[in-house]
Write a protein that binds this ligand. Sequence first.
Ligand code: PLP
Length: 488
Amino acid sequence: MRNTQSTRLLFELSQPGRRAALLPPLDEQITAAAEPLPETQAADGPPPLPELAEGDVIRHFTNLSTLNMSVDTHFYPLGSCTMKYNPKRNERLAALPGLADVHPLQDDDSVQGLLRLLYELQQMLAEISGLPAVSLQPAAGAHGELTALMVAHAYYAQRGEDRRVVLTADSAHGTNPASAAMAGFETRAVKSSPEGLIDVEDLRSKLDDQVAVFMLTNPNTLGLFDHQICEITQAVHDAGALVYLDGANMNAIMGLSRPGDFGADMMHYNPHKTFSGPHGGGGPGAGPICVRDFLEPFLPAPTIARDADQDHYRLEYDRPESIGRVRTFFGNTGVLLRAYFYIRSYGGDGLRQVSEDAVLGANYLLSKVKHILDVPHGDRCMHEFVASASKLKKEQGISAMDLAKRILDYGFHAPTVYFPLVVDEAVMIEPTETESKETLDAFAEALFRVTGESGDLVHEAPHSTPISRPNDVAAARKPIMKWTPKDS
Ligand SMILES: *Cc1c(COP(=O)(O)O)cnc(C)c1O
């Protein structure tokens, strides 16, 4: 049942004269606050704030906090996004006063502890990727892509090579071609093979002395590890180009396979996907990049350096070949610290177990879902897989969108739909490694039930949420962010 009461605004619930308990007046005047504002600065009267009983305010906000789905309240099988469980201890540690209350303009000497953690994070990211040089500055995965492409641009400029093309896979996330275009490159798409891997012949036919970088995701967006990866990276290097690894799917291969070992020259991490950072919502993010040693001089400044003899950490600004800054100060440390704590609390063997469990969970779910929906690209996957609602749509009129919307009524967040573009009516499912068998079973059961439904039940779903089917294009492009009272 749709609950509209709980979504009414405090302004709409307001009743003149209602208020919370008031504390008695202070015995002594607080002198600093007693200085009156100059006449010209003072408002005409009190602001028109809503007036409510204290309990109603608390209920309002508590109810609001439960209207959305989240990893803390619901299973969230959002393919490609890796909705990890965010351990609460990470929040507590990142909020320690010695970390949260420092200012980025403080002297290096007064923030040695923080710099040490960031330095060690650089080392751990280098170890996990097999790529030795790290920048913590980029603010998201997409920003890491852009930064690395700017690094590649600087590298070719220094060599006097004028390479203008970036190749991307046709199964790539939209950020790949977008980052390449923003960095000033021309983009060309490389086809996928019928198995959903890179079509190596198509790649070879597009490699020439104009190609600067080939960007690929491995495991790819279909949840498949491209076993041709060494042949691919060799072909790119033979053409004098660089390999960029989109690291969004690192959750599947930590401690099992390293991009640097299979031929990548540059990559980004998405700490919110791989290392339990909170996801977006417009807040601060991070997208650290790792590169090979010969690209290190071009990384953004500052990096975090250590003077071993004095056991002293510092921000290294003296980087004459650097592309410069891509972000203020040294990155979004709050997010980076959560990654640090996540990695340290698991340790190397633990991270490997995380990836093995992610792959196991996804394969278990795949083995159930393939009896409900077509899964065009194989019987085995890494940490995610892509089903297709194409047949369901033709035979029963239930599209991937209907399925995604209706599953909300069963108490599950929707999977990713209509991505990657290479699968018709794509339903991209990723259970993170911390999900129990019972949760995976319940999700498969709900999917099965939806495929047996029909009519308005599916076409007008969801029925249990405060808002059902907004116009998604208008909601993204023309969001109404401000409430205006009816009588104004
Ligand atoms: C999420 C994702 C990105 C973009 O990363 P952001 O951190 O969201 O900017 C790029 N590629 C793939 C495959 C992704 O899943």
